[in-house]
Every structure is written in C-alpha cells, then in structure tokens.
Design a protein. Structure first.
Length: 189
C-alpha cells in the first residue's frame, strides 16, 4: 500500500496504486477498484522505505534536454550503494550517502559529490521494472561513453538520450542542495 497525504485537509490515506499524470493523480484503493483523480498539487506521496528488496520508489524531475533545450521529464530510482537495496528518501541521509562516496571520482571532479547512490542503468533488477512500467519514457540505448547498451530516459520532445551520467550528476546536485524530488510512483513486486 502507498501512503499519501491530502495536503488541504492533512488527511493521510492508503492507496493500492497511485500514478501522477501531470497535474492529476490517479488513485485506486483496491486492485480492481474505481479510479479516483486528485489534483497533484494537493497530494503528497509519503515515502514508505521498506526493508528488503521488493519495493522501489520512482522519482521524477524535469530538466532541460541537452539536445533540443526543451524541458523533459527524467525518471529514476535512487537506491543506496550499500547492498541493502533501500530506497534513498528525503530528507537525504548525506552521511550514509557519503559513506559509499566515490572519492577518487570526487577528487577528479570536485564539482560533483559522487554520492553512494544508484540511478537508472545501474541495477538490472530495478531497470527492468522501470522499463516495464514506463515503456514510453525509457529505452535501452547504446552509449558511446561506456560502450554499452543500458536503459535511459529519452527526451519527450526530440527523443535524444539522457544518459546515466547526466541523471546521476543532476541527482547529486539536488541532494547536495537538500531539495526534495517528486515521487512519481511506488511499485511493490
Ligand atoms: Zn530534446
């Protein structure tokens, strides 16, 4: 079950499934239940970090496409690099993220923290779940940089690949600034 808050009333509810579709969020309270639509602005998904590895939070943020310059949505999971498969949730636990920091990379590129976190393209298990749930947003594409095929976001305007490093770097900036990232969906499997 996914917990969320109706901001206007402060009411906490539990949904069977919940999906943000732009300014509307579609909620179902049981598997075959009716769909309810809420204004996304009035609804806050509460993170439910769980032990174990059968849960993934899908995060969403908007960035300018490096190719066409228009805004596009980037989606990714954020998992700690410490083999727990725990979702990284806001407020960001920087000390835990720094424990597995890639220090040599950080020293080479000090403008990026290189926190110990996994994003889309790093963990095959979660990559597959995101590909299955968002086939229109994520595609397996070839990356010249790493000479590998891996799943990545594609620009919704021009189709350009938004590679792993771009996503990882942006997440590092957001975490460093202690800004929240919107939760798009939580998936239990
Ligand atoms: Zn583009």
């Amino acid at each position: 079950m996914i917990k969320f808050e109706i901001i206007r009333t402060g009411e906490i509810k539990q949904a069977y499934s919940l999906e943000v579709k732009g300014d509307k969020t579609v909620v179902r309270y049981s598997e075959k239940g009716k769909e309810y639509r809420y204004n996304s602005d009035n609804l806050r998904i509460l993170p439910t970090p769980k032990d174990g590895d059968s849960h993934v939070i899908v995060y969403s943020f908007e960035r300018k496409c490096w190719h066409c310059g228009k805004t596009t949505e980037i989606i990714t999971y954020l998992k700690f690099c410490d083999d727990t498969d725990d979702d990284v949730t806001f407020p960001w636990d920087k000390s835990r993220l720094l424990k597995y920091q890639d220090l040599s990379a950080h020293l080479a590129y000090p403008e990026i923290e290189f926190y110990g976190l996994h994003v889309l393209g790093d963990l095959e298990k979660y990559d597959k779940i995101l590909i299955r749930n968002f086939p229109e947003k994520i595609r397996e594409e070839y990356s010249k940089t790493v000479d590998e095929v891996y799943p990545m976001n594609v620009c919704e305007n021009c189709g350009a690949k938004q590679g792993r490093f771009f996503v990882y770097k942006t997440v590092n900036e957001i975490v460093k600034a202690m800004q929240p990232i919107k939760i798009k969906k939580e998936i239990d499997f």
